[in-house]
Write a protein that binds this ligand. Structure first.
Ligand code: FES
Ligand code: FE
Length: 331
């Protein structure tokens, strides 16, 4: 099975809770599937975003009671996807085929999450600092990049690129040989600790210190920084694959801190945006956008330990034939 196909079994964000709250209904897409999400009478709905009647996107419509109403001729669909009203046929009958696909949907960490395939032992990935009362969470602006979920995660957890892509901000060419961490699995997470090598003069705003990385497979990374004098910091990021072949992603991210609780979020977010701008040209230049999983297609070396373990896990996820097999792989 291909990775994009296997990703259908996992929960992915489809929009922010704020985006949904702004209009009550949002058209979005996940792995090539057009989805309309709506908040109707306090309940979330996620349906295939195409009216069965004349193929108008349901996201052009509105919430009506506990249903979504199509704007073109007023057909209404409930949370199960069943059409419950055809205004042009007040006496019915409603055809039994008048049903669009409905998806599992939930809200967590300020995001709306959807899983396309039910019945798999997968959960919404954790956000370790979201509900922590001692921590302030600054929410970054989501961004869309022409890459795959797996390339985005690899870049986020790549220790060898700091000296090159982030020279002067996170590291230095003098530290080109990164430490090779021990990588272990903890449930559905890949965990490792990064002890940065001594660096002559990183940017004063950089969080350079012992960092605990938790990669919740397949698409979420939390980095907890233990920086002397800086309190507790978390950089959290999750990647949503937008198209069917997983070559475009939308990334959602937060920067949390236990100090400077009343301070302005601006400088914290701006520094991370500077780091993103440094990564951007290299990610945009990667071809193919997906990781090629054929043996030998890319050359790994000893310092690519994290990537090697991540790819090994993704390969196992692709090979999992049934929920029990995937459950074993995800701990
Ligand atoms: Fe939706 Fe006609 S296209 S009701
Ligand atoms: Fe980077």
């Amino acid at each position: 099975m291909t990775l994009p196909r296997a990703l259908r079994r996992f929960w992915h964000p489809v929009c922010t809770a704020a985006e949904l709250a702004a209009s009550g209904i949002v058209g979005t897409r996940l792995l090539g599937v057009p989805i309309v999400v709506a908040s109707a009478e306090g309940r979330l709905l996620a349906l295939h975003n195409r009216c069965l009647h004349r193929s108008t996107m349901l996201s052009a419509g509105w919430v009506c009671g506990d249903t979504i109403q199509c704007a073109y001729h007023g057909w209404r669909y409930d949370a199960s996807g069943a059409c419950v009203e055809i205004p042009a046929l007040p006496d019915g009958p409603i055809p039994s085929r008048a049903r669009v696909e409905a998806y599992e949907v939930t809200a967590a960490h300020g995001l709306v999450w959807v899983r396309l395939e039910p019945g798999w032992p997968t959960v919404v990935p954790p956000h370790p600092s979201w509900d922590d009362p001692e921590v302030h969470v600054a929410v970054g602006e989501p961004y869309t990049w022409p890459t795959s979920l797996e390339r985005r995660v690899e870049n986020f957890a790549d220790l060898a690129h700091f000296a090159w892509v982030h020279e002067g901000t996170l590291s230095s060419r003098a530290a080109a040989a990164p430490p090779v961490p021990e990588v272990r699995r903890d449930g559905a997470e890949l965990v490792f600790v990064y002890d940065p090598p001594p660096i002559a003069s990183p940017d004063g705003r950089a969080l350079v210190g012992r960092s605990i990385y938790r990669v919740a497979v397949p698409g979420t990374v939390d980095i907890e920084f233990d920086v002397p004098g800086a309190g507790r910091r978390h950089l959290w990021m999750t990647v949503a694959p937008l198209d069917a072949d997983d070559t475009e992603v939308r990334c959602y991210w937060t920067m949390s801190r236990s100090d400077d609780l009343d301070g302005d979020d601006g400088p914290y977010l701006e520094f991370q945006e500077l780091i993103l701008e440094q990564d951007r040209p290299l990610i945009f230049a990667q071809q193919p956008r997906n990781i090629p999983f054929e043996p030998g297609a890319e050359l790994s070396v000893r310092t690519d330990r994290v990537s090697i373990e991540y790819r090994r896990w993704l390969t196992q996820i692709m090979d999992a034939a049934d929920p029990d097999a995937l459950g074993l792989i995800l701990g």
